[in-house]
Design a binder for this molecule. Structure first.
Ligand code: PGA
Length: 253
């Protein structure tokens, strides 16, 4: 059985005090379920990773980076490697978040290198996939998701992919207040699972966790989690409010 997984993506928010305060509240108030009944992780900005990891070190709440660079070290100004992320206590790394694809301009090839580097460096990548509004309206959702998955995981064996989590995040639902209906999300999650079975094998497809992300809130989390192929939630805005994020964690159990 796939254990539910709730991850908070703090994006470019919080500061040195509020990041630690938020992490501490999440750890103390999810202690009864985190790790055992539900995997919980938070993804603070790079600069607060170490402080947040320290604050969470005695808890079962994991820490993830919002991005990673694929080289291990050297003259790559501004970039952060897998070994650096491990060094400060990260377990997870987001790869190919839509804001990086569409604002920063990351390509599928770059995302693929990042996923591979994360796995190679002992991290558990969360590969984000999802279509733009215009692509959904043009009925290209499956095509876009197929490209993101096939290119994002290119060259990786089933064994390597088994440590990856997929996050389906329709871009039109991120930060907009528009959520995919549970049925719309389930359709794409089902499509992704079948595609993974074709690309790898049925067992991997059954075991891999597929999270939904895009305007997840305490009041829509239960309907989303009620879908067969939705194994967890990647939460942006609502993960910055301890009460909301904690409520979403409880719903996912
Ligand atoms: P949102 O962000 O919950 O604020 O829509 C989700 C995400 O981008 O991961």
């Amino acid at each position: 059985m796939r254990k539910p997984f709730v991850a908070g993506n703090w994006k470019m928010n919080t500061d040195s005090n509020s990041s630690v305060e938020l992490a501490e509240r999440i750890a103390s108030e999810s202690a009864d379920v985190a790790g055992r009944d539900v995997t919980v992780a938070v993804c603070p900005p790079f600069i607060y990773l170490q402080a947040v990891a320290k604050a969470l070190s005695a808890s079962s709440v994991g820490v993830g980076a919002q991005d990673i660079y694929y080289e291990s070290k050297g003259a790559f100004t501004g970039e952060i490697s897998a070994s650096m992320l491990k060094d400060v206590g990260c377990t997870y790394c987001l790869c190919g978040h839509s804001e990086r694809r569409h604002i920063i301009g990351e390509t599928d090839d770059l995302v693929n290198k990042k996923v591979a580097a994360g796995i190679g460096g002992g991290l558990l990548p969360i590969l984000c996939v999802g279509e733009l509004r215009a692509e959904r309206e043009a009925s290209q959702t499956n095509e876009v998701v197929t490209r993101h998955l096939k290119k994002g995981l290119a060259g990786l064996s089933a064994e390597k992919v088994s440590v990856v989590t997929i996050a389906y995040e329709p871009v039109w639902a991120i930060g907009t207040g528009l959520t995919a209906t549970p049925q719309q999300a389930q359709e794409v999650h089902d499509f992704i699972r079948k595609l993974l079975a074709e690309m790898y094998d049925g067992q991997l497809a059954e075991e891999i966790r597929i999270l939904y992300g895009g305007s997840v809130k305490p009041d829509n989390a239960a309907d989303l989690m009620g879908q067969r192929d939705i194994d967890g939630l990647l939460v942006g805005g609502a993960s910055l409010k301890a009460d909301d994020f904690l409520a979403i964690i409880q719903v996912a159990v």
